[in-house]
Ligand binder design. Structure first.
Ligand code: ADP
Length: 512
């Protein structure tokens, strides 16, 4: 079906000439109007694809008509016909929404080509808009699914861990004979059940860890640590596994290695994963060693390597082993059981401790996984806060979403101790944010509380008012000597495009 065009011109001959030519030469369906008001009435009541109007028409001129159509029926295209010497009006028409203009006297063939081009462009634009809308819908759906998946994993693992712990207790009680004597076969079966309970618990813990890492909700408590003790502790706890395969465990720590700054539990977990893998993927009689030495020339980092003489990883898969659920192709790799989550978690934990991790490997010769950790400078640094801000910022950038950082500072603590006051304030602030991804974090260094919300400037204003009201009405009021509390905020991408800028702007408001 041809496009429907309304020709508006007060000269009867021109209307008829256009009607004949447009219908005959290009299958347009043409309707006619004599003046601006009639044209508007018809556009209101019927549907047209394009209005071709003369500049000088009675009751409303062509420019007014173009402007009104652009306002009330933006889907209808307009093309203005002008006489010689009226280029200004033609350009004005384009500015207010016309798709093109034609100069009289009209050349019919050119007129048709120009009208067709305008209509085609509209179709192309409509198609592009539809594709963009489809992509946006798909993107929103993926985000929703991703969020659902993470929430599901986190809830499911939480809910499953408690009953599993109960089952394990019961199995152990029966195994120990507390419920009456059991025979050897029963003991064997129960031991098998216990091993599988442990495996399942392990998988659930991994899933929980991963969802915490992905949501930046992992808790890092950094302190000054000596690596030697930690490495030796992990090796001794994995020795039984190594002994089973007659694998020799070795440790080499360079003299005078400075203490590092990190979370003991997390570093133990990193080493357990890496040494555990090294033992798992090394055949009987092989060797696994842990080496540690300064890394940067400026002495700011320490490198810890776990080296094995095992089966190795093909070069094209060395990057991929850090992805979640990834397991190397190949019969030797598949022979060992695993979930492919260990290295994804390990990488998340290393990064949460401000380090990096990589692997060097040769198939058949062995692999060396190396990670770095910052050297302790004796002062408290907020790795936890930095890590959480990093993750939230990355997530906002990746999702093209907004992120608002609020900083809340107690300037004068009044009659209460600052730590107690901040502790109470932290709890109150948690009541001010409702979304699952929103977070309240404490910056230990300068005792500032930070609230991170996935919200834009407008949402931030609402949350800011909520925070200020909470502080004013429920917090300060019932204290004898009320503390002075300030709130600063900045939003990505509206106020700041980088993480550093976001923090700087929010902090500047505290001072202002
Ligand atoms: P899994 O639970 O499968 O061990 P990981 O994330 O710890 O999961 O490791 C992912 C994959 O990387 C493993 O399945 C294995 O194929 C490979 N891999 C990890 N460590 C080593 C190693 N030391 N030597 C050879 N391959 C390894």
């Amino acid at each position: 079906m041809g496009n429907r065009i309304l020709v508006v011109d007060d000269e009867k001959e021109i209307r008829e000439l256009l009607s004949r030519a447009l219908t005959r030469l290009s299958h347009f369906r043409v309707e006619l109007a004599e003046d601006g008001e009639e044209a508007l009435r018809r556009i209101e009541q019927e549907s047209f694809d394009l209005v071709l109007t003369d500049l000088k028409i009675p009751k409303k001129d062509g420019l007014q008509l173009v402007a009104e159509i652009a306002k009330s029926k933006p889907e209808v295209l307009t093309v203005l016909m002008t006489g010689h010497g009226t280029l200004d009006s033609a350009l004005e028409a384009i500015k207010i929404g016309a798709s093109d203009y034609l100069t009289k006297p009209l050349n019919m063939e050119e007129t048709i080509v120009r009208l067709q081009r305008v209509l085609e462009e509209r179709q192309r634009f409509a198609r592009l808009k539809e594709i963009a809308a489809q992509l946006e819908r798909a993107n929103q759906e993926l985000k929703r699914l991703d969020q659902m998946k993470s929430e599901f994993i986190s809830v499911a693992s939480h809910e499953l861990r408690t009953p599993l712990a109960t089952i394990k207790n019961v199995v152990q009680l029966i195994l120990k004979g507390r419920t009456g004597e059991i025979n050897e076969v029963q003991a064997d079966f129960l031991s098998m059940a216990e091993k599988n309970i442990d495996r399942l618990t392990n998988i659930l813990n991994n899933l929980l860890d991963l969802s915490r890492i992905e949501y930046g909700k992992i808790d890092i408590k950094s302190e000054e640590l000596e690596l030697r003790g930690i490495i030796e502790f992990i090796l001794s706890s994995l020795k039984p596994q190594a002994d089973e395969k007659s694998i020799k465990l070795d440790v080499e720590i360079s003299k005078g290695l400075p203490p590092i700054y990190g979370d003991r539990g997390k570093i133990e977990q990193i080493l357990t994963n890496l040494v555990g893998n090294a033992i798992k993927f090394t055949p009987e009689g092989g060797e696994v060693s842990v080496l540690s030495k300064p890394f940067h020339a400026d002495g700011t980092m320490v490198a810890i390597s776990v080296r094995d003489s095992g089966i190795g990883i093909p070069e094209d898969q060395q990057e991929k082993v850090f992805e979640k659920f990834y397991q190397v192709n190949g019969s030797l790799h598949r022979l060992t059981s695993g979930t492919g989550l260990g290295l994804a978690i390990t990488k998340g934990l290393v990064e949460a401790n401000d380090g990096t991790i990589w692997v060097e490997s040769q198939v058949g010769k062995g692999s060396t996984f190396t990670f770095t950790l910052p050297v302790s400078k004796g002062e408290k640094r907020d790795l936890h806060f930095r890590h959480i801000l990093d993750k939230a910022f990355q997530r906002a950038q990746g999702n093209f979403a907004s992120l608002t950082l609020f900083l809340i500072e107690v300037l004068d603590e009044g009659s209460e101790s600052k730590d107690a006051l901040i502790g109470r304030l932290e709890k109150r602030l948690m009541e001010c944010v409702y979304r699952k991804a929103d977070m309240v974090v404490r910056r230990e260094k300068d005792k500032i509380l930070a609230v991170l919300c996935d919200t834009d400037v407008m949402g931030a204003q609402v949350i800011r008012e909520r925070i200020e009201q909470e502080v004013r009405e429920r917090f300060v009021e019932d204290l004898e000597a009320p503390p002075v509390i300030k709130v600063g905020a900045a939003t990505y991408p509206e106020d700041a495009l980088s993480k550093r800028e976001l923090f700087r702007k929010a902090k500047a408001q505290l001072r202002g």
